[in-house]
Structure formats: structure tokens, C-alpha cells
Write a protein that binds this ligand. Structure first.
Ligand code: FAD
Length: 344
């Protein structure tokens, strides 16, 4: 049986951030993931300046695709609202593998099925033993399923369904576009360019409201694809896939004995924009901190609404422009305010 002090189930942003913090403090950590990295993760790959700061990430040294947006273009019907703020995009297939490797934690490919509570910790599938257990396995996390589901039932009113596709495409418009409530969609669709000829487009909406309103996400998709074909992405061909996750509701219990749940396993995506990467990372870091310092595991500073982060980024830009005139954002916001970071 393989033993370690802290076992992390899932090597996505929540698990790799927890592993990174624990390893930096010298803890004995092991990550189990059912997939071999680099692995595909359906996600638009939009990240905020907070994510860059939380990960202590030097975007200039990041070895894969990263694009910085000087603004978000939000569409409400015919109204288009450009929001001047600094945000970024990455490709999850690259970024997740990079984060996991950077954590320095050993990773074993293993699909966790069964978790047993024993006197001094946990035994997973009769093969792995640990004192502390971090559930970072996303929506279908076995730690949530086996230890937390009864205490934290998920609300179907908070379930998001999505369709998305990331394609090679030589886009011309390098801004991120979001279309809200188009044709009654209880959610939004997106166009998120990635550095060097990649593009992610998708749709997300609250499943229960879509069902009640008689919406078919594939019809919304067809409308989005037609709009993009006539405008931003002529000639692009899409073959979308779906995935589901949960917006943040009441998360009553996030720690049970020495077991923790983080990220999508806990259902922490922001209520307004379904931002899940930032909350996954912050919660992973907080779980690690709790183990290292023996302090309570709390989610108070884990983003519940993304609009606050966007507003802070906007205000930061306005304040800097007022003080110094047009300029580049500080390194902590990671990258140029305008234009793209291209690497040959
Ligand atoms: C279409 C779509 C677009 C999105 N766009 C954005 C966006 O642009 N920005 C944003 O912030 N958020 C976005 N999100 C949400 C974001 O992708 C998630 O919130 C985020 O990935 C959560 O990270 P995590 O580490 O908790 O889980 P995950 O990233 O899902 O990682 C979980 C890991 O656990 C592993 N695992 C699962 N089960 C097991 C098991 N039984 N045994 C071992 N390993 C297991 C999986 O293989 C996976 O590697 C989007 C989501 C979707 C579906």
C-alpha cells in the first residue's frame, strides 16, 4: 500500500494549487488523477489577474499560450458594452499540465472509486493510505460523493450545462466577447481567443431554467455558430461537447475530520459568470494552508461573484490612467494592457 501524509484526488487547478503550496512547505503529498496529463478539460480558459497573483505566476515566463485582453466586450441584445479591464486566456490542456508539473508533487494515474475512513486517516481503493485527504476531483469527485454529498447536497437550480469547442482558428478580433441572455438563454455565450491561432467558443446556462423555458442548448448553439459564421469566425467548423458543473450555493461543510473539498467538487463557481478556475485555486490554497498551519478551512475570501474582480481591474486601470496617463499594467496583473503576447 502506498502511504503519504496528504493525498489529493484530482490534478486540475484546485488539486495542483494545493499540491504546489504543500510541496513548497515540504509536505509529503501525492496526487491521484484518473487521466494522464496533459489532458483535455472543457473550459473557455479565461483567467483573472487574481488567479495570476494567487499562483505567483510570471506570465512573461509562462512557456505556453497566454493572451491578455485589454477589455471584455459584453453584448446585451443589440447593445455592446466594452469593459476596459485586464483579463487573460490560456489553453487548459497546456496550463493544467504546466501547473501540475510546477507543483513538484508526484502524480499517479488512478481512477479513485472507494474511500474508507480508518482510525488514522483514509484508505483509497485499498491501495493508497493518507492522513489528510483533499477532494479536488471536479463535479464528479469521489471525495464529494463518498464523504460530503449527504452533508452538502447540490441544488439542481445551480447546475450549469455547457457546450463548447476549442478550435484552431486564425482569428482577427483579439477581444473576448460575451453575449448575455440571447434569445432567452438563462446564461451567456462566449468567444475567447487564445494566443497563436486558437479559439474557444461556447454556451453555458442554468439547466433547470433552460428546461422550464423549453430551451434546447443545441438550438442556441446553432444560432451562435450562425452568428459567428456571419461575423467573427467565417468558415469555422465546430463540433461541440458538453459538460456540467455547479454555481456556488450554500456550502455548509467543506471539511470533515481530515478530509477537505475544493473547487468544482465543492460547487464553488461564481454565481454571475460561472468562473470556476479562480475559486478552485483559492480553495485549494486555503485547504493546503489549513493543513500546514492547523487553522480552520474557510472559503470567505473565495470569489463568489466575478463582477467584483472585473470592477477592481477596471478601477485599477482608471486610477493608473489618472495618475500616469496611458500605460501598461503592473507585472502583478500579468502582461500588456493592449495587444497580444505572441511567441514564435
Ligand atoms: C465549458 C466550460 C467553460 C468554462 N469556462 C471557464 C472559464 O473560462 N473560466 C473559469 O474560471 N472557469 C470556467 N469554467 C469552470 C472551470 O472549468 C472549473 O470550475 C474548473 O476547472 C474547476 O477546477 P477543479 O480543479 O475543481 O476541477 P477540474 O478542473 O474538473 O479537475 C478535476 C480533476 O479531477 C480528476 N478526477 C475526476 N474524478 C476522478 C477520480 N475518480 N479519480 C481521480 N481523478 C479524478 C479529473 O480527471 C480532473 O483532472 C468552465 C467550465 C466549463 C464546463
Amino acid at each position: 500500500m502506498r502511504s503519504c501524509e496528504v493525498m489529493i484526488v484530482g490534478g486540475g487547478p484546485a488539486g495542483s494549487s494545493a499540491a504546489w503550496k504543500l510541496r513548497r512547505a515540504g509536505a509529503d503529498v501525492l496526487v491521484l488523477d484518473r487521466e494522464r496529463f496533459p489532458r483535455l478539460k472543457l473550459c473557455a480558459g479565461w483567467i483573472t489577474p487574481e488567479v495570476v497573483r494567487d499562483l505567483d505566476m510570471d506570465v512573461g515566463a509562462y512557456p505556453h499560450r497566454l493572451l491578455t485582453f485589454p477589455r471584455l466586450r459584453m453584448h446585451f441584445g443589440r447593445l455592446q458594452v466594452p469593459i476596459a479591464c485586464v483579463q487573460h486566456s490560456i489553453r487548459r490542456v497546456e496550463w493544467d499540465a504546466w501547473l501540475l508539473e510546477r507543483s513538484g508533487a508526484p502524480v499517479i494515474e488512478h481512477n479513485v472509486r472507494h474511500i474508507e475512513r480508518v482510525s488514522d486517516g483514509y484508505v483509497l481503493d485499498g491501495a493508497f493510505r493518507c492522513r489528510y485527504l483533499i477532494g479536488a476531483g471536479g463535479t464528479r469527485c469521489p471525495v464529494y460523493r463518498e464523504l460530503f454529498r449527504e452533508l452538502n447536497p447540490r441544488s439542481s437550480e445551480l447546475q450549469i450545462v455547457t457546450l463548447e469547442h476549442e478550435i484552431r482558428y486564425d482569428w482577427e478580433d483579439g477581444d473576448c466577447h460575451l453575449w448575455f441572455f440571447d434569445h432567452g438563454l438563462p446564461g451567456y455565450s462566449w468567444y475567447v481567443p487564445k494566443e497563436r491561432g486558437w479559439l474557444n467558443v461556447g454556451i453555458g446556462g442554468i439547466a433547470a431554467r433552460m428546461k422550464r423555458g423549453g430551451h434546447d442548448i443545441r438550438e442556441h448553439w446553432a444560432r451562435l455558430a450562425a452568428m459567428l459564421d456571419a461575423g467573427l469566425t467565417p468558415g469555422a467548423e465546430y463540433d461541440p461537447s458538453g459538460y456540467s458543473y455547479y454555481l456556488r450555493g450554500e456550502v455548509a461543510v467543506v471539511r470533515r475530520d481530515n478530509a477537505f473539498i475544493t473547487g468544482d467538487a465543492a460547487g464553488l463557481a461564481s454565481r454571475d459568470l460561472g468562473e470556476g478556475i479562480g475559486p478552485a485555486i483559492r480553495s485549494g490554497l486555503r485547504a493546503a494552508q489549513s493543513i500546514l498551519e492547523g487553522t480552520p478551512y474557510r472559503l470567505e475570501d473565495v470569489t463568489g461573484l466575478s463582477i467584483g474582480s472585473i470592477a477592481r481591474s477596471m478601477l485599477g486601470r482608471v486610477a493608473r490612467a489618472g495618475r500616469y496617463g496611458p500605460r501598461r499594467p503592473p507585472a502583478s496583473e500579468g502582461g500588456p494592457a493592449h495587444g497580444l503576447r505572441h511567441r514564435d
